[in-house]
Design a protein. Structure first.
Length: 118
């Protein structure tokens, strides 16, 4: 199995949503994701990229019901990586992700591969 997912988001849209509903960040992002973004000049820019990554992974996996906490973007020295948790933890797939953002837009692409296929 291999599949690709893509998602784009206007950063201002997420910023406005988080201002209106402060608890939304706790529902959409893990503690680690919120902590990473909080260290940045414009946290919403980094949260938006992570939101897109979660959406891209969900699209690539063709998920219809899932928890935002089940897909986590973890920063490493090799770049961002995806950790599947909860109901998705047992999936036998490799997930590659690429994040990007500009001043106004954030985006992510996720590539899902069967680990036996390389």
């Amino acid at each position: 199995m291999s599949a690709v997912g893509l998602d784009l988001l206007e950063i201002d849209r997420l910023e406005r949503a988080l201002e209106r509903r402060p608890r939304l960040a706790q529902r959409l992002f893990t503690e680690g994701e919120r902590a990473y973004a909080a260290q940045r000049v414009r946290p919403a820019q980094h949260l938006a990229a992570r939101f897109c990554a979660k959406e891209a992974v969900a699209k690539a996996l063709r998920l219809t019901a899932w928890s935002w906490q089940d897909i986590e973007v973890v920063s490493s020295q090799d770049g961002p990586r995806i950790v599947l948790r909860g109901a998705l933890e047992g999936l036998d797939v490799d997930v590659d992700v690429s994040l990007t953002h500009t001043r106004g837009m954030a985006g992510a692409v996720a590539l899902i591969r069967d680990p036996g296929r390389g």
